[in-house]
Design a protein around this ligand. Structure first.
Ligand SMILES: NC(=O)C1=CN([C@@H]2O[C@H](COP(=O)(O)OP(=O)(O)OC[C@H]3O[C@@H](n4cnc5c(N)ncnc54)[C@H](OP(=O)(O)O)[C@@H]3O)[C@@H](O)[C@H]2O)[C@@H](O)CC1
Ligand SMILES: Nc1ncnc2c1ncn2[C@@H]1O[C@H](COP(=O)(O)OP(=O)(O)O)[C@@H](O)[C@H]1O
Ligand SMILES: [K+]
Length: 468
């Protein structure tokens, strides 16, 4: 798990004030880390274009040009007059050294385009929408071949992680000092490429302070591996999955839960349904049930039974149709509840809780803001907001799961996730630990799928979970 910060200016300042570093020293480390990356990947004399803006993001790029000069065929494109003191200083040094400085992209030959393009146009200082010239420039850079590196933040991604017009599409983002939340909006995922962090003169563990946002990785998974041999099916919980109108949703969840270690799985259904032989079915909640999954394909009937189930003091995952029903309000202040809405369902939840009345577009533009709003009001409820980067919150902490992929954009994969979380709840995991591990397992299964990114089915996700 890595720390993530909304803003690192305070961390930069702390390095200067507390450890006696200077802005220039931080910048030299930023440039050196990009140099190291390029040296590790490209042989001498490769053609490198560094596009530099007027502020300190541009200054990082100009310093990089100085470091690479003579080993590589370096050009810097400086489309605006350099403005910040550091950019002016770095520009003067590059000039004295004889670095090739150009002010328009058309000077470069199209046939022999650069092998590497480094985007140092705008970083954390992007404070307004891009003008036409910057949009044109980024569009042209995106259309060129070559390995694309973004310095700190791909240009065009603003503080909220939005790309209002054009953004630089990087293969890799080398971000300075620490990870930033804006790099983990759903939109940003199509621009950042891989993200790595550069140290800025002190080790990252010293640079970073406390935070309430964390980036999950595959090492954070805690699989339900069984330890004791002296066990029986009852040792691993009994999950009840409420099956509604769309019976497939509940059955997929039940199958996923069985594959993820639940000892017993029963579907609760009014009419008999076709389920695999190992899944039981009945019309009322079994007495010994240790967790419930409810909402997937439920429809809007059975209100009395739903209310009764939600009021039972059992760990639960609540999904899908229930976000469109005020009955959801009854579970919001309880412990051991996990909510798994997709963006449209989360908008409905926000409306029902009277926290906000917003569109899906507004939510997707501000995912962190609204997840935090929910977290502040319902700190003991676990929320997983689905998306390209799913966000999990509990106790005012946000965990980002960046491991998902577009292969998961299929009907029924969310039902698998609900089943996985429920399986762990049934086996005694805390709500937040169940959600983190299940969410990681869901994404890792999709990543390990060996075929392509269009053919994954919910059953493939379940098969993948079996071999993690
Ligand atoms: N602080 C430190 O110690 C360290 C900082 N570091 C580096 O500094 C970067 C932050 O630098 P920064 O604050 O100078 O901002 P930056 O991203 O260069 O942009 C500001 C410039 O862009 C302009 N501008 C903005 N929006 C625009 C638009 N839409 N269209 C056109 N212009 C626009 C804006 O114009 P102005 O508002 O002045 O008119 C200003 O000129 C950070 O990302 C990291 O790379 C590292 O070296 C480590 C140490
Ligand atoms: N582009 C994507 N990148 C990462 N994860 C995705 C992507 N598209 C969908 N997912 C994941 O797939 C699941 C889809 O769930 P959902 O929309 O509820 O589907 P359903 O209700 O049909 O089962 C969620 O866990 C979501 O995070
Ligand atoms: K940049």
């Amino acid at each position: 798990m890595q720390k993530v910060f909304d803003d690192v200016h305070a961390l930069d300042k702390r390095c200067v004030d507390k450890f006696g570093l200077s802005e220039e020293l931080l910048m030299e480390h930023a440039a050196a880390s990009m140099m190291q990356y390029i040296r590790g990947k490209f042989s001498n004399n490769e053609k490198i274009l560094i596009v530099c803006g007027a502020g300190n993001n541009g200054a990082d790029g100009i310093a990089l040009a100085r470091l690479l000069y003579s080993q590589y065929d370096v050009s810097i494109l400086v489309p605006y007059h350099v403005k910040s003191a550091m950019a002016k200083l770095q520009y003067k040094r590059a000039n004295l050294l004889g670095v090739n400085i150009i002010d328009t992209l058309s000077v470069l030959s199209l046939e022999h385009g650069p092998d590497v393009i480094v985007d140092c146009l705008f970083g954390s200082g992007l404070n307004r929408d891009l003008d036409d010239e910057s949009q044109r420039l980024l569009t042209r850079l995106n259309s060129r071949c070559g390995h694309k590196i973004a310095c700190d933040i791909p240009s065009g991604i603003n503080k909220q992680g939005q790309v209002t017009t054009v953004g630089f599409c990087a293969d890799i983002t080398i971000t300075m000092g620490a990870l930033k939340t804006q790099l983990y909006s759903d939109v940003a995922k199509d621009y950042t490429g891989n993200i790595i962090v550069s140290d800025l003169g002190v080790h990252r563990s010293i640079y970073e302070t406390a935070t309430n946002t964390f980036l999950l990785d595959s090492a954070d998974i805690k699989l339900p591996l069984r330890i004791k041999q002296n066990s029986h099916k009852g040792s691993f919980g009994h999950l009840s999955v409420i099956v509604g109108n769309k019976t497939g949703a509940g059955i997929i969840a039940a199958e996923a839960a069985f594959a993820f270690g639940a000892g017993l799985v029963t579907v609760i259904t009014e009419q008999e349904v076709n389920v695999p032989y190992h899944i039981m079915q009945t019309s009322i909640l079994p007495e010994n049930c240790t967790a419930v999954a409810i909402g997937m394909g439920l429809g809007h009937d059975r209100k009395a039974q739903v209310k009764q189930i939600l009021n039972r003091d059992i760990a639960k995952v609540v999904d899908a149709d229930l976000f469109h029903n005020d009955v959801i309000l009854t579970v919001l202040n309880s412990e051991n509840v996990v909510l798994t809405p997709h963006p449209k369902e989360f908008c409905s939840l926000l409306k029902r809780t009277k926290l906000a009345e917003i569109t899906v577009v507004e939510l997707q533009n501000n995912r962190f803001k609204y997840v935090r709003l929910f977290a502040v009001n319902y700190p003991q409820t676990v929320l997983l907001l689905k998306g390209a980067n799913s966000l999990i919150t509990y106790n005012n902490i946000i965990y980002i799961n960046p491991l998902g992929s577009n292969a998961l954009s299929k009907g029924g994969t969310g039902d698998v996730l609900t089943g996985l979380i429920a399986a762990l709840l049934a086996q005694g995991y805390s709500a937040v630990n169940a959600t983190i591990t299940a969410s990681l397992a869901h994404c890792m299964s999709a990543t390990n799928y060996p075929k392509n990114n269009y053919s994954l089915t919910p059953m493939d996700v379940i098969e993948g979970v079996k071999v993690l």
